[in-house]
Design a protein around this ligand. Structure first.
Ligand SMILES: [Zn+2]
Length: 463
């Protein structure tokens, strides 16, 4: 089934009329995780400087999003956790000894000055990106301060505290019956997968390094449970994957998902740690190999939210995200870097390029074929059950055997996510707030008919 595709030039359509909304908060680059910590929000400012100096602001709308409110963040996160994130500082940390353990802050996820504001900026961008896609004013919405895919409902993880992606998807679900999440970070998108593991309105698809690597989840056999069965796709990869191999596994999988799942909105996480030469990631993608994901996904013509993520060789992250922003605006940026505020970072070449290294690709065609065959078989298995199009679509007969998977007892014996566990004790459909949860300017005008459809879907979810 696997066929190695040639890696062609990336193409754009200069006549395209796509409306692109780009979110950037000038404060974001000032937050500092601490000396020696490899997560550097400064890379978002470097990216922005390249984007502006390449004059992409002439092609797209540039916004500063309203920071997310507590009410918005608690659409996914627990009240106690958000209260903690909001209040804790390096100075009062000693008062929160118990909470530090419970909420997993410390080494990887340190408490730094302005942590609460940083989270609000990150989440605010993805929430407004979703709102602009929902009201039809943007075909593409970009938030590089987002993409923090490891954060859990009540727990920080892997440099991530709040999950802007989950919040953005919840916002998209107000309007869109089905949302596809694609994660191209070198790490498994565990926080997002977990949040929607039992949900058939969100399909998550993560391409990541697997095997003795953080966070350890994302095996090929993790496909979702209960209603969400076959709605989680995991593509576990080995070290050194190159442009052509990545493209040859990425494109057929995304094509199959688009055909079967037919999402009306996509969220694409563009973690830059899958680039060659990353401080943490062992992949071997060039800038163009990474950007091919963006270029391929946007060409389906479905509204897409592009968020950042990891990325620890920051000059390469900035180069790649700038280049990808160009593609999203149907421009292939020229190689010569314009003069910009961080020019010295790009020595010695001062070029917009990240090259592959000379390293072994541990992903053999046989291995990739095994993955592709497995993933396509799973998708094929349920192709007659796009269950979200109506309330009562008969599921595959064998799926009836799985209804017990959502019980607490079954979860304990069969495994399952924390979120799935939580759902067994909490009101289903908790993400979908009632009318009393007014979102002010983010409320969206929808017809009575659309509202009925969405209510039906939510009712269906709650059963
Ligand atoms: Zn990562």
């Amino acid at each position: 089934m696997y066929q190695q595709l040639p890696f062609d030039e990336l193409t754009v359509d200069p006549q395209s009329k796509k409306r692109v909304a780009y979110f950037y908060d000038p404060d974001v680059g000032n937050y500092f995780y601490g000396t020696g910590h490899c997560m550097k929000p400064h890379r978002i400012r470097m990216t922005h400087s390249l984007i502006m100096n390449y004059e992409l602001y002439k092609k797209m709308e540039v916004y500063r999003a309203k920071p997310a409110s507590r009410l918005e963040m608690t659409q996914f996160h627990s009240d106690e956790y958000i209260d903690f994130i909001d209040r804790v500082t390096p100075d009062n940390l000693h008062m929160f000894e118990r909470e530090q353990v419970i909420f997993n802050v410390g080494d990887d996820c340190p408490v730094f000055d302005g942590l609460g504001e940083f989270c609000k900026i990150s989440c605010g961008g993805s929430l407004e990106a979703a709102a602009r896609m929902n009201n039809g004013s943007a075909d593409v919405a970009i938030n590089y301060a987002g993409g923090l895919h490891h954060a859990k409902k009540s727990e920080a993880s892997g440099f991530c505290y709040t999950n802007d992606i989950v919040l953005g998807i919840i916002e998209l679900l107000r309007k869109h019956p089905r949302v596809l999440y694609i994660d191209t970070d070198v790490h498994h998108g565990d926080g997002v997968e977990e949040a929607f593991y039992t949900n058939d309105r969100v399909m998550t698809c993560s391409f990541h390094k697997f095997g003795e690597f953080f966070p350890g989840t994302g095996s090929l056999s993790d496909i979702g449970i209960g209603k969400g069965k076959y709605h989680a796709v995991n593509v576990p990869l080995r070290d050194g994957i190159d442009d052509a191999s990545y493209k040859s596994i990425f494109e057929p999988i995304i094509t199959a998902i688009m055909e079967w799942f037919q999402p009306s909105a996509i969220v694409l996480q563009c973690g830059g740690d899958s680039l060659s030469g990353d401080r943490l990631g062992p992949f071997n993608l060039s800038m163009r190999g990474h950007a091919n994901n963006v270029n391929f996904v946007r060409k389906f013509g479905v509204p897409v939210m592009v968020v950042g993520g990891g990325g620890y060789t920051i000059r390469n992250v900035a180069r790649t995200w700038a280049f990808e922003t160009g593609l999203l605006n149907d421009v292939v940026l020229p190689k010569e870097l314009p003069y910009n505020g961080y020019y010295e970072y790009y020595a010695p070449t001062y070029e917009l390029d990240v090259r592959s290294a000379n390293m072994t690709n541990a992903n053999s065609p046989e291995y990739l074929d095994m993955i592709l065959t497995n993933v396509i078989t799973n998708l094929d298995h349920t192709k007659h059950a796009p269950s979200v199009q109506m309330q009562e679509v008969p599921r595959d007969p064998e799926d009836y055997g799985d209804v017990d998977e959502d019980t607490a007892a079954a979860l304990d014996t069969k495994g399952g996510s924390q979120y799935a566990r939580d759902r067994t004790t909490e009101r289903s459909g908790e993400f979908y707030d009632d009318e009393s949860n007014d979102r002010g300017s983010r409320n969206i005008e929808i017809t009575a008919e659309e509202q009925m459809e969405i209510d039906d879907l939510n009712d269906a979810m709650a059963t």
